[in-house]
Design a binder for this molecule. Structure first.
Ligand code: FES
Ligand SMILES: [Fe+2]
Length: 590
């Protein structure tokens, strides 16, 4: 886990990346402190550089401020140009593109809006603003004017085109100001709808189109019963938690590691959860087996926690009983001190094990479908990634958090919070999000595609620009991030350049242990490794954002003010999770 999205000071970055980083830090500083309070040392503190080191990239503070405004202005102009490109024959589509670009959450973010208004509101800086952006203001005005004029002409309408143009630009300006005030609660879709409604007032035939665009086709029909969440008490009850362990988690599959985490004979990994101890070990016959990590003599652990190699007998550290790789008892210290007994009665207890696509899963209670059966609907799309051939990119890591396991997955399974919760990720990935719960297998597939033009900060933009074409994947998976959840505790997160798993282990009501493992195909190119590093940074930021969200939710669930919530269509995967919990434990229905 990296501790911060802020680049470490001792990392040497290419000059263009460092300049970009300084510009982003300056934009943030302007938004937070106001133009006149920005200093080089404050910007430097953000990126781990001294003022003197910044001078290496920008000779003066003014040069840095001007470059920051220019970066915002260039991004804005390019976005408008891109959005209107290809619509020369269709002025309505061109105008809609202009509106979309102006109210894109990355272009019109609270920080960038603050930069605009800082310059505009500071009389001493207005000259700079006019020099850098005056021509672009004019170009925007002309683009809108020209299109409104053509729309009016095509409809035989007589219109004060100048007033109509200023009106639309004024509506957009107003919405930009709202962005700064509303910050995280600003509704960009609604803002676009407002601008289109303005055009609908000018041209009534467009109003019908506005209505059609405003209708959310996924708006649910009024239901007899509201789609309610699980009641809050199920996230904090000790009694309910104990039932969850027995009914849901002990019978579930739990990932221990990947087969390439234990490539050599005698390699092992231990695993502990729900008061149970286990280990998996690659035997002399190269087969991986799972055992309870409990000595049949007096119940000590036979292998210490973590990972290691045990090439010969597995020796219990308490009294040195020895077991072979199949779990059979082979050596008893001071055997003559025991009455004769059948060694076969005192072997290590085996556990059920399944290797699925290279990942080693165990379960503490036998029975129920295999993972291969449960993931069968996704097998064809997972196969090209070649999980089984992958190698670890870093050791499996763990983290305990103050959030119930359901709370953690509730957050993972919905994208409703992306625009407000993950502005960086939201700049990289498109708004279209696939949510496919499968009630038959208790699995859920989630997926989204990268935007054509990535935003969201330098990690996102750099990742998108560096990502090599992954020709071993089908076309629609080359720019796609996909997530495959298996109820109740496991998910594969799959990216074009690598994959990871998330394993959530309940450790108490309102408390969970998260386990992460990261893997990629061997022999990754420098570019691919850079992308793995960058997607790791992006996901670490997303993780920090999510952990803050679930911690706050857990406190809310435990407060007296909350009973249960309601779920929308962007939360259908959460609804599926809750449905399956209710099916396992019917008392969770009320
Ligand atoms: S407890 Fe393992 S040898 Fe005694
Ligand atoms: Fe999230």
């Amino acid at each position: 886990m990296k501790s911060s999205d802020r680049p470490e000071p001792n990392i040497r970055l290419a000059p263009d990346i460092r300049r970009e980083q300084l510009i982003q830090a300056t934009i943030k500083a302007i938004a937070e402190l106001g133009l006149s309070n920005v200093t080089l040392s404050k910007v430097g503190a953000e990126v781990g550089l001294t003022a003197g080191m910044i001078n290496f990239h920008f000779e003066t503070k003014q040069a840095l401020l001007t470059a920051s405004l220019k970066a915002v202005a260039d991004e804005y102009s390019q976005a408008c140009e891109d959005a209107m490109a290809g619509h020369d024959d269709d002025p309505v589509a061109g105008l809609y593109g202009f509106i979309d670009a102006n109210l894109d959450s990355q272009i019109c973010s609270p920080q960038k809006a603050a930069v605009w208004y800082s310059y505009w509101g500071d009389s001493s800086a207005r000259d700079v603003y006019m020099r850098i952006f005056g021509h672009s203001d004019t170009a925007s005005y002309e683009a809108v004017y020209e299109r409104i004029e053509r729309i009016a002409a095509a409809r035989g309408r007589t219109l004060d085109v100048e007033a109509a143009t200023l009106g639309l630009i004024g509506v957009i300006d107003n919405l930009w100001q709202e962005v700064m005030v509303a910050r995280g609660t600003f509704d960009y879709d609604d803002a676009v709808a407002t601008c289109r409604a303005y055009l609908g007032n000018l041209f009534p035939d467009l109003a019908e189109g506005c209505k059609m665009r405003l209708v959310d086709v996924s708006t649910p029909e009024p239901a007899d019963e509201l789609p309610r969440t699980l009641p809050a008490w199920t996230y904090c009850s000790d009694t309910f938690f104990q039932k969850e362990l027995e009914q849901i988690h002990l019978p579930a599959w739990h990932v221990v590691c990947h087969q390439n985490d234990i490539p050599n004979v005698g390699d092992y990994r231990t695993f502990e959860a729900f008061g149970e101890r286990a280990f998996v070990l690659r035997g002399e016959d190269n087969l991986v087996r799972a055992f309870n990590n409990v000595c049949p003599h007096r119940a000590h652990q036979v292998l210490g926690p973590g990972a290691g190699n045990c090439p010969g007998l597995i020796r219990c550290p308490y009294h040195s009983w020895g077991f072979d790789h199949t779990g059979d008892l082979k050596a008893i210290a001071a055997q003559k001190t025991f009455p004769p007994f059948d060694n076969g009665q005192f072997g290590l207890k085996p556990l059920e094990l399944e290797t699925y696509m290279g990942f080693i899963f165990i379960r503490f209670r036998p029975g129920g479908p295999s993972l291969a059966e449960r993931f069968a609907p996704y097998e064809n799309e997972l196969a090209p990634y070649r999980f089984a051939d992958m190698v670890p990119t870093e050791p499996v890591s763990e983290e305990e958090i103050d959030a119930d396991w359901k709370n953690t997955w509730d957050n993972y399974l919905e994208d409703y919070h992306f625009p407000t919760g993950h502005p960086g990720l939201f700049g990289l990935m498109s708004m279209d999000y696939g949510r496919d719960p499968n009630d038959a297998t208790h699995t859920i597939r989630l997926h989204h595609q990268m935007r054509d033009k990535a935003k969201g900060g330098w990690s996102c933009e750099r990742y998108a620009s560096l990502l090599p074409e992954q020709t071993h994947l089908p076309q629609d998976q080359r720019n796609s991030w996909r997530y495959y959840f298996a109820y109740p505790s496991f998910a594969f997160d799959v990216y074009p350049e690598m994959m990871d798993f998330l394993h959530v282990i309940p450790v108490g009501p309102g408390r969970s242990r998260l386990r992460f493992g990261s893997y990629s195909l061997p022999g990754a190119s420098r570019e691919l490794k850079a992308c793995q590093y960058l997607s790791g940074r992006i996901n670490m930021q997303v993780h920090r954002e999510d952990m803050a969200l679930v911690a706050s939710v857990q406190k809310g669930l435990e407060s007296s003010a909350y009973d249960r919530g309601i779920l929308g269509t962007k939360e259908i995967a959460v609804a599926a999770l809750h449905r399956w919990v209710r099916a396992d434990l019917p008392e969770a229905a009320s």
